[in-house]
Design a protein. Sequence first.
Lengths: 105, 149
Amino acid sequence: MMSRPPIDFGALAELIGTDDEAHLREVASLFVTSSARMLARVRDCQARADIEALRIAAHGWKGSAVQVCAAPLAEALAQIEKSLPDAAEAIAEVERRFAALSALL
Amino acid sequence: MHDRQDLLVGLNALVVDDVAFSVTLVSNMLREMGCNEVHGANGGVDALKLMQSDLGQDIDLVVLDMNMPGIDGLTILRMIREGLTEVAPTATVAMLTGVSEERVVRSAFALSVDAYVMKPVSKSALGARLARAIAQRRAGSTSPLMRSA
């Protein structure tokens, strides 16, 4: 089975309304930068065992991942929400998928 | 039809989301649609500070996320409508969120939200929804049924 790309640039182009590759890469790059902060927030919530804050952080990050057409990451973030209060495994998967996305850019 | 995106030209907007990327993405979309000043706030607390400053008086349009730590979108919406910020209670307010629970949507409309838009949204769809909301507010429509759900 062919693995999905971390970001579907075709879908992103349609959503944002541009075919400009530089612009699309800039948007994806912004998302990666923002995601690094969100990952730190998720880890912090996990360390403090603040379940509600973790749910809000994962939910918000998922919204952005959907907006940038990063489906694999969005699905992993949804899994955090589903697996609460014990989200350690789901967070590890989010970290793997975020690493794959970061490596792309 | 109220999909005239020229209605957004020259407006001052505030984009509120606890995820910085979303603020940037939506702010860029609004600028491309012709908005004048577009302010970004990373979360409800940040938004409240901005809305209670002198800058608040100049805001015509607020695009709000729902789920945010500290102060959520519904609270911000209620504070605007009740005149508890410097933003005019009659400003156009749109929710842009991934939350589709009926209870939350109903609460937003009960607080006179002008548009409830689900993420992800394309620039053209967002522009059309906002233009429709602005047109309806300018026409003085107050019926939730007339607003863009």
